[in-house]
Design a protein around this ligand. Sequence first.
Ligand code: PBG
Length: 319
Amino acid sequence: MNRRPRRNRKSEVIRDMVAETEVSAKNLIFPLFILDGTEKNIEISSMPGIFRKSPDEVYREIELCMELGLKSFALFPVVEESLKDPFAKVSYDKSFFYLKAIREIKQKFPESVIMTDVAMDPYSSHGHDGVYKNGKILNDETLPILGHMALAQAEAGADIIGPSDMMDGRVGFLRQALDENGYSDVSIMAYTAKYASSFYGPFREALDSAPKFGNKKTYQMDFRNQKEALVEAELDIAEGADMIMVKPALAYLDVISQLKNTFSVPIAAYNVSGEYAMVKASSAKGWIDEELAVLEMLTAIRRAGASQILTYFAKQFLL
Ligand code: PBG
């Protein structure tokens, strides 16, 4: 035998020497759930270890993470039911606690990177990502609302805007709105290949944002499709997306890889709430080694081609 692949695996030092993939703090974005009030720290039952925190607690959490080298955060607001309406108006109300918290975070931690979510669902009384009328989610009528939302977030200091709504044309619409209002430095990470997935369940519990009727299949992607992700990516890049995302991550590694091999912009992946919950639940039963499983999963997502990973494991991975 001339070729013995096992020689490259014979010791830890050699394995490390030839390793193709690494996961570091620099690649990770930590999603945080923020709710109004003070000294609130409410664990999400389907996501052990992840909390809905009031702004003061979020500042403390960010400070801790920054010390670990974890400096990028995706911030999601928990909106009181009484503030929700069919048009998500509170999302761009200047006195809304979420916008105030973003401003405060950027003042306290100027070197942090704050990513915000643009979609109507946490704010809308019906729980859908767009304007609802006669059984339909209207595309073009939704765009101006997303525009107001993105501008309010940019004004508060968001570094990256993350449209997660899956309306057609929204990236271009937001890019133009941002540029016309002096926010040409604000980045867009598009939720490009966002599939209609059962893995978002725990997130919807965290935000009380589940759709009150129907499902999201007329705007989020069909999980039977891979090529359709290429169409979405072409559009988002042409419309000005700086980075494009695949979501969820683990059941969609082929899509990450396909986009990585086809396009030159950085590819992000969202290791979503249901993926987190599965690991936590089986680890609680003693059925898998959690630490090893997390390392393997995050490495696999990087190996598939993701530059950045949004993951609820970000902090614990670095502890
Ligand atoms: C909002 C949004 C969702 C997630 C991120 N942004 C939920 C959804 O589209 O229903 C899910 C994230 C997760 O499950 O961790 N549009």
